[in-house]
Design a protein around this ligand. Structure first.
Ligand SMILES: CC(C)(COP(=O)(O)OP(=O)(O)OC[C@H]1O[C@@H](n2cnc3c(N)ncnc32)[C@H](O)[C@@H]1OP(=O)(O)O)[C@@H](O)C(=O)NCCC(=O)NCCS
Length: 276
């Protein structure tokens, strides 16, 4: 997410009310193949270079979709054209809006997984989102044994076999959403805070100097195979209203102004093959 030779614009305006967190997800299985090239044009040069470096098409598509969705939501709630947004990166990699936008109240976080991406937007509060594919292969219990808090490991081992996978991804996405909301990422020891199910509560070890009363969490299953968790630090001011919903590709087209983009026509124009 580079800053390029961008100039501040005066048309930015916030339409997201305080106290509301907009969380959208996109099921990538519903996106027509020709949209990837169109959405790629909304990304800045640095994002496009990153997208081009992915070896697998599916990884590139996740990346493009997450960044196009973010830019579309920023257009919807921040006013500027989807292509205009510029970003900076924090110490542990968390992106935020470039200070030149003078929209430091507007916070966001994105997440990508096989076949789905998600983006959360809120005013004034740190937000983290994490979406995961519950069908991803791997030794989940061994991973939990190695990295999760003892209280989470105990809950997982006590769960019936049929419920273990769901509980694992509940804890995984909640833990990721928390470390993404703080921005500290994996520099936070994952065994120093524990979630409790089924009513989601968090418990912090003293080493983290954090308080459960400052946090709000929400988890949902946006598709038949994905779990999505959202963490927001309201700091004790009381819970916000989290509005999760599915986006569709037509909406991303509209918000990013790529709906009438014709890849073949553009390449013909660039190579001078047509006078159209
Ligand atoms: C980077 C990390 C914060 C999230 O990684 P992830 O779950 O693989 O990736 P997600 O798709 O959910 O999120 C990636 C996005 O989060 C954002 N991000 C990157 N670093 C971040 C940070 N420190 N805090 C918040 N957001 C961050 C970026 O926008 C990134 O997308 P981009 O690279 O396309 O711009 C980090 O926690 C990580 O590497 N996790 C690996 C997964 C793992 O081992 N989890 C242990 C089990 S809980």
């Amino acid at each position: 997410m580079g800053s390029g030779d961008w100039q501040p614009q005066s048309t930015a305006r916030l339409t997201l009310p305080p106290g509301i967190a907009a969380v959208w997800w996109l099921d990538l299985a519903t996106v027509p193949a020709h949209r990837w090239a169109a959405w790629n044009t909304v990304l800045d040069a640095e994002e496009q270079a990153r997208a081009a470096r992915f070896v697998r098409d599916s990884d590139r598509q996740q990346y493009i979709a997450a960044h196009a969705l973010l830019r579309g939501m920023l257009h919807r709630h921040g006013g500027l054209d989807a292509r205009s947004w510029r970003f900076i990166t924090g110490d542990h990699g968390k992106p935020s809006l470039h200070p030149d936008h003078r929209l430091d109240r507007l916070r966001f976080n994105i997440s990508h997984a096989p076949n789905a991406v998600a983006c959360g937007l809120v005013l004034d509060h740190p937000i983290g989102v994490d979406i995961e594919d519950r069908e991803r292969p791997g030794g989940h219990l061994q991973l939990a044994d190695a990295y999760f808090a003892p209280a989470e490991v105990a809950q997982l081992h006590a769960a019936p076999d049929a419920g273990k996978n769901t509980m694992f991804f509940l804890f995984w996405t909640l833990k990721e959403a928390y470390i993404k909301a703080t921005g500290a990422g994996l520099s936070t020891p994952l065994d120093q805070f524990a979630f409790h199910a089924p009513t989601v509560r968090i418990h912090f070890e003293p080493s983290l100097a954090d308080h459960d009363a400052a946090w709000q969490f929400h988890t949902l299953m946006p598709t038949t195979r994905h779990t999505l968790s959202i963490a927001i630090r309201h700091g004790g001011t009381g819970p916000l209203t989290i509005l999760p919903r599915a986006a569709n590709h037509q909406e991303v087209d509209r918000l990013t102004n790529t709906g009438d983009y014709d890849v073949n026509l553009k390449s013909r124009l660039q190579s001078g093959e047509t006078g159209a």
